[in-house]
Design a protein around this ligand. Sequence first.
Ligand code: ZN
Length: 240
Amino acid sequence: MQLVSFCFDDGFAATQAHVRRAFAPRGLAATFCILAEPERAQDAAVRACPVAGWETWRAARAEGHEVECHGLSHERLADLPLPEAQAGLARSLAAFARELPGFSARDSMFHAAYLAVPRALMGWLADRVLAVRTACGRNGLNRVGDIAPGGPVDCVTFGPQAADGPAHVRLARFLAEEEGWLVLVFHGVGEGAWGPLSVAGLDALLDLARASGARIAPASRAFRLVQAEARSRAGRETSL
Ligand SMILES: [Zn+2]
């Protein structure tokens, strides 16, 4: 199987509009990974562009996109005492459940800021979310069998320079040489202080993936597809 997910972190307002305009005519869905309390974010790259509000995220979900948790205010989880990190994430997930009708943390991935989650917090998250998007050192590739419910999912992101070239190279290599699920992470589209992707660059990536026959699905839906593939392969092995 060749499956590709496009995640857009930090909740930038102009970015989500560009993404929705690019995905809709192609019948595709993305994953927006947003902060529960972005107004409290300290990171200059996160503060560089205006963010969208819950009303916008409800509209994005109504179009079929996923809107999932990227933390409370872009906190660096490894720097926080465990109880503080847990309390912040609990507050974040409660805000998602309150603001997004039908949102279920158990059915949604958590997308860690800075792609880092301390081991003790991974165990806590495993009981609460579908899976945790972090960095596992596989350049964004998750093969069938690499992932398990509540566990880590690898991803690849591009910055601080423009994301267009490196993202194109990574996707082309996946399509030509690899099997499994590639998770691509972007920040701003047509804007952004870290690893911006141009609007034309986004169009080109979507068309490249589609031309090769790869399936594009948002992250949590893709996770379930990979799990279903793992179960089906296990079933085939049992019946041999
Ligand atoms: Zn982020």
